[in-house]
Design a binder for this molecule. Structure first.
Ligand SMILES: Cc1cc2nc3c(=O)[nH]c(=O)nc-3n(C[C@H](O)[C@H](O)[C@H](O)COP(=O)(O)OP(=O)(O)OC[C@H]3O[C@@H](n4cnc5c(N)ncnc54)[C@H](O)[C@@H]3O)c2cc1C
Length: 324
């Protein structure tokens, strides 16, 4: 990971808010809490400091915004864990296990898997120049297996992990089972799930995301509940979409609270992705255009957004809008 320490990745949110608010009586109060149960008919949310805590608190609301995002499989710390401390510990422990592993399997060829494999290859492999995802990773001396799924994982008492893989032949569609030699570390980088366990099932779609009207970002049955980002089903789960929805929702809520019609959210579904493979390479797509590696290098590859994160926390910008 390309930052010199965990401290650089974590910004104290409430402190930043207090420093930017001009009022001596700040309107926003922090609640070190996790939403445990939403009762939409009663307009209230039950919260507690963690899932095991019996001391629950009820919060009544006039309007609610669900922005609980998503989590990665098996508590992988690519997204927040239950709190900042456990996320830091999870990242530190993963770093230590990676540093001592002699054999390592990254499963999943989405953005997370590709970026992680690229970072590891960059750190531990020789340099490369080809320009496609598989080509780049292969050049980094990583073994890439396509059309292959992890179907079982077992851990030996010594901690080594064996995987059972299912490989499908692209031409014949026949599936073959493969057992991998034991690996020191297996990192699942697939299956991101929305954080919606506190939301009643009837508010969710078949994918488990909050059903919303994508022109207003309101929950389909409750006009005073808004949802956006990975937890909601307006668009695919990317920060580009979450960012566009925030930029729409923040001013829209002011209209809604004042009893005025909500300006419509104009969802842009143009296919865009940018994936880095270490600080010096990457690839991507914008609509039908391939993004050149130098664009990725010059924009996100070096810092992965950590360079402007403090400005977001301070409320001065969003991911895409530099003045906010
Ligand atoms: C490794 C990785 C790389 C990515 N790269 C890209 C990329 O290059 N480009 C891109 O567009 N997208 C990328 N994404 C996707 C992007 O991170 C998400 O789409 C984005 O973070 C969604 O933002 P969000 O605000 O909806 O949720 P999140 O960022 O997940 O934030 C949700 C917050 O809610 C908190 N929370 C969760 N449950 C509760 C609860 N019950 N009560 C209270 N709080 C709760 C969480 O702790 C967290 O702080 C990447 C994702 C991963 C994992």
């Amino acid at each position: 990971m390309r930052c010199s320490g965990l401290m650089l990745l974590f910004e104290p949110l409430y402190l930043a808010y207090l420093m930017t608010t001009r009022s001596p009586f700040p309107l926003v109060q922090p609640l070190p809490s996790i939403a445990q149960r939403l009762e939409p008919e009663a307009n209230r949310v039950v919260v507690s400091t963690n899932a095991a805590d019996q001391r629950q608190q009820i919060i009544e609301y006039n309007a609610l915004v669900i922005a609980t995002g998503s989590s990665c499989k098996d508590d992988m710390p690519f997204k927040n864990l239950s709190n900042t401390e456990s996320t830091k510990q999870g990242m530190q422990s993963l770093r230590e296990r990676i540093a001592t592993a002699r054999s390592l399997v990254v499963a999943g060829a989405g953005l997370t898997g590709v970026e992680l494999a690229g970072e590891l290859g960059q750190e531990y492999g020789p340099s490369a120049s080809k320009d496609t995802v598989v080509g780049e990773l292969t050049q980094l001396k990583l073994k890439v297996m396509t059309n292959t799924r992890v179907v079982d994982v077992s851990t030996a008492p010594a901690g080594k992990q064996s995987l059972v893989l299912q490989r499908t032949d692209k031409v014949t569609d026949n599936a073959a089972t493969i057992r991998t030699p034991k690996a020191d570390l297996y990192i699942p980088a697939f299956s991101v799930r929305p954080n919606i366990t506190f939301v009643p099932e009837e508010m969710l779609d078949f994918d488990g995301r909050v059903k919303i009207d994508r022109t207003t970002l309101q929950a389909t049955r409750y006009a005073n509940i808004f949802a956006f980002g990975d937890a909601a089903n307006a668009q695919t789960a990317t920060s580009k979409h979450a960012d566009a929805q925030v930029r729409c929702l923040a001013p829209a809520m002011q209209h809604w609270l004042a009893g005025r019609p909500i300006p419509p959210n104009k969802a842009d579904d143009t296919f865009v992705f940018a994936v880095t493979m270490g600080p010096n390479r990457g690839t991507g797509q914008l609509g039908s255009w391939r993004l050149w590696a130098w664009i990725i290098r010059g924009t996100i590859a070096k810092h992965l957004g950590t360079d402007y994160a403090p400005e977001i926390v301070a409320g001065n910008r969003t991911i895409t809008q530099t003045r906010w």
